[in-house]
Design a protein around this ligand. Structure first.
Ligand code: G1P
Ligand code: ZN
Length: 546
């Protein structure tokens, strides 16, 4: 019924994976051979060859997901994959995929997602490849894939009927490949039950504590229903936008103050629930809100680390913590107090992989609404939400009170990120070169009355495999603990996005409750001046402030 065909193709020159996989407009992926070329490049560069390997396949349900799943199943068959687990309906969140790879000792997985980018026929699509430890392919793997894509002249695909992926438990032997349709939720929900005290959270919810979880019409809707409603007993109206849609209901599935604005509005209203949270397209990001209170992702990482012993899965302690370089230094204070190491890595989850595998860290996170731990090798949205619920169940205090007492104890790291999106690529490059040229003269100097301790372009030396990743962002670090960081986004699909990260620190009780943008005002102005951003880009204000 199926027959393998070798298809002649010509290489594309733009298949270089970015911060997390290959991400392009849907229309690019719809070009003849585009998806096939990339998948074949992944298969061709798998260590030891793809024949006989066991893989998992799923996606965030965005437009083109189902079409791509069928293509990849047939390519896996034609390339002799031994077993392919496919999420029912083509769905699997990024964290759930990571868990499946680890739990069943698979060789890797393919996740179809453009994370928080909009979906639909005019939106974005993406392909991520994860390796046997469950984490995103490291740079040495993604560069091999890219090199292969530049010389690819053929791919293999089985011609035959589409596979029915709508039924759990369906298993079909297609040529040499066992194609198995799996429940995308249950293994993941079981893992969460091992890590967190579900009984205690159930009792919190029974006590009248109210929650609102917004899946933004993306993949976590199915996980939220099973975990929050079925297993934890939260009422149905705790869920918002929990039916996954191919265009995410026309929204931007990014859990931040701008794109999850309905939830934010509700959480800042007079009849707000006690706790609010949201996740992104593929379920690895999270936003945490209390009643009339927003927890910054950097603070969330720090608070989770400080309160790790509330959750049964972390009671034996943390081996260390890590944050990406632009993430605020809030967690550093906690690490110091706990007497554990704190690592600073480049942006992107893949850099945490080695530290987690070597058990040098237990919890890690990024300012970009990403938090996670050694339970898998991806950041994990629902995990962070459950961690907070577990802390709240233990402490029985409002979110805002927990956050404030954390500041009182460790000091407050005021933090903001200003994004200048869709900037012309050349202007963005020129701006970065302009900053780079100033580094030597800035180091040791004074800018706007602040002494500069260090100005450099961040270079990371991986302590596990000795690899080096340089040019990871310009940092200007001041003597008083404040920082300005500049880098170009590696996940955008239109023009360049310049990200400016601004951080200031205080232990002054009088200043703890100040508004962030106003506390950071002088540093924000300095960040614009040093980069000459208006001159280079013609923009005076950022498009997104978080
Ligand atoms: C962004 C975030 C980064 C995150 C990545 C994937 O990458 O800044 O922290 O790991 O998305 O979710 P960027 O666009 O900045 O390269
Ligand atoms: Zn994501």
């Amino acid at each position: 019924m199926y027959e393998v065909e070798e298809v002649k193709t010509t290489p594309f020159d733009d298949q270089k994976p970015g911060t997390s996989g290959l991400r392009k407009p849907v229309t690019t992926f719809q070009k003849t051979h585009y998806l096939e070329n990339f998948i074949q490049s992944v298969f061709d560069t798998m260590e030891g060859g793809v024949r006989g390997k066991q893989l998992v396949l799923g996606g965030d349900g965005r437009f083109y997901n189902k079409r791509a799943i069928q293509v990849i199943i047939k390519m896996a068959v034609a390339n002799g994959v031994a077993r392919l687990k496919v999420g029912r309906g083509g769905l699997l969140s990024t964290p759930a995929t990571s868990n499946i790879i680890r739990k069943y000792s698979l060789d890797g997985g393919i996740i179809l997602s453009a994370s928080h980018n909009p979906g639909g026929p005019q939106g974005d699509f993406g392909v991520k490849f994860n390796i046997g430890n469950g984490g995103p392919a490291p740079e040495k793997v993604t560069s091999r894939i890219y090199e292969r894509s530049l010389e690819l002249r053929r791919y293999f695909i089985a011609r035959g009927p589409d596979v029915d992926i709508e039924r759990d438990g369906m298993e079909a032997m297609i040529m040499e490949t066992a194609v198995e349709v799996i429940d995308p939720v249950s293994d993941y929900a079981d893992l969460m039950e091992e890590l967190f005290d579900f009984e205690e959270i159930r009792s919190l919810l029974r006590s009248g504590f109210t929650i609102r979880y917004d899946a933004l019409h993306a993949v976590t809707g199915i996980y939220a229903r099973e975990i929050f409603v079925n297993r934890l007993g939260a009422p149905e109206d705790s869920l918002r936008n929990c039916v996954p849609l191919p265009d995410f209901g026309g929204g931007h599935p990014d859990p931040n103050l701008k794109y999850a604005s309905d939830l934010v509005e509700e959480m800042f209203s007079d009849n707000a629930p006690d706790f609010g949270a949201a996740s992104d397209g593929d379920g690895d990001r999270n936003m945490i809100l209390g009643r009339k209170f927003f927890v910054t992702p950097s603070d969330s990482l720090s608070i989770i680390s400080a309160n790790h012993d509330c959750a049964p899965g972390y009671r034996k302690g943390l081996s260390g913590v890590a944050r990406s370089m632009p993430t605020s230094c809030a967690v550093d204070h906690v690490a110091r107090e706990l007497g554990i190491p704190c690592f600073e890595t480049p942006t992107g989850w893949k850099f945490f992989g080695n530290l987690l595998d070597a058990d040098m860290i237990t919890i890690c996170g990024e300012e970009s609404f990403g938090t996670g731990s050694n339970h898998i090798r991806e950041k994990d949205g629902i995990w962070a939400v459950l961690f907070w619920m577990n802390i709240l169940a233990r402490k029985r205090q409002p979110v805002s009170a927990i956050n404030r007492s954390h500041w009182f104890k460790y000091g407050r790291n005021f933090y903001t990120r200003h994004d200048f999106e869709e900037v012309d690529i050349e202007s963005a490059d020129r701006l970065m070169e302009h900053l780079e040229r100033q580094l030597d003269s800035l180091s040791g100097n004074v800018a706007d009355g602040r002494k500069i301790k260090l100005a450099d372009n961040f270079c990371y030396h991986d302590p596990v495999d000795g690899s080096e990743s340089c040019q990871q962002g310009i940092r200007i670090i001041f003597q008083d603990g404040s920082r300005i960081v500049y880098r170009l986004s590696g996940t955008g699909t239109k023009g360049a996005t310049i990200r400016i990260y601004i951080e200031g620190y205080t232990r002054d009780m009088e200043r703890m409750e100040e508004e962030t943008q106003s506390f950071l005002g002088p540093l924000i102005r300095l960040s614009r001046k040093l980069s000459n951003i208006q001159e280079f880009t013609g923009r005076s204000e950022p498009s997104v402030v978080t």
